[in-house]
Write a protein of this length. Sequence first.
Length: 192
Amino acid sequence: MLKESKHIIGIDEAGRGPLAGPVVAAAVLDSSKRIKGIKDSKLLSEKERERLYIEIINNYKWGIGIVSAKRIDKVNILEATKEAMIKAVRNLEKKYKLKIDHLIIDGNMKINIDISQKSIIGADRKIYCVSTASIIAKITRDHLMIKYDKLYPEYNFKRHKGYGTKEHFKLIKKYGSCEIHRKSFKPFDKDK
């Protein structure tokens, strides 16, 4: 009798620290198939991430969860990150009609979902399916920030992706905040 395969999902997020834009989570089904060069997205160049992203989305089962800056301001970044992770898992389940057996989450948080889970600090560097999730989350968020750059060109989001760079702080000082800035984050929280 064949043993039923387990559906194990790796989860990671991108965008917890920026001053603008959403937090994005990705969930990727573990697979025995391996793509050369996969590692934590932070250890890859932008060009490498883009190339691997295309390979990952064409070869693996995956889901995305996105939570807006407005929602982040309403619930806080930790809760918004958890919401994005749950959305990513549910989107993967729905898209591929899978029943997930276990989650491996990068970091030290648990999410409120009826699936067995383990949180591992540094999982994005140690566990393949979490590394693939880190790449999908990062590239998805970067692509969103490039789109936002077209809506709000004065902020140059395509360059800094909403992070608190010197350039971004100067632009906020010059133009104030826009719709996708996280008003609960410094330097905005004093405006409340």
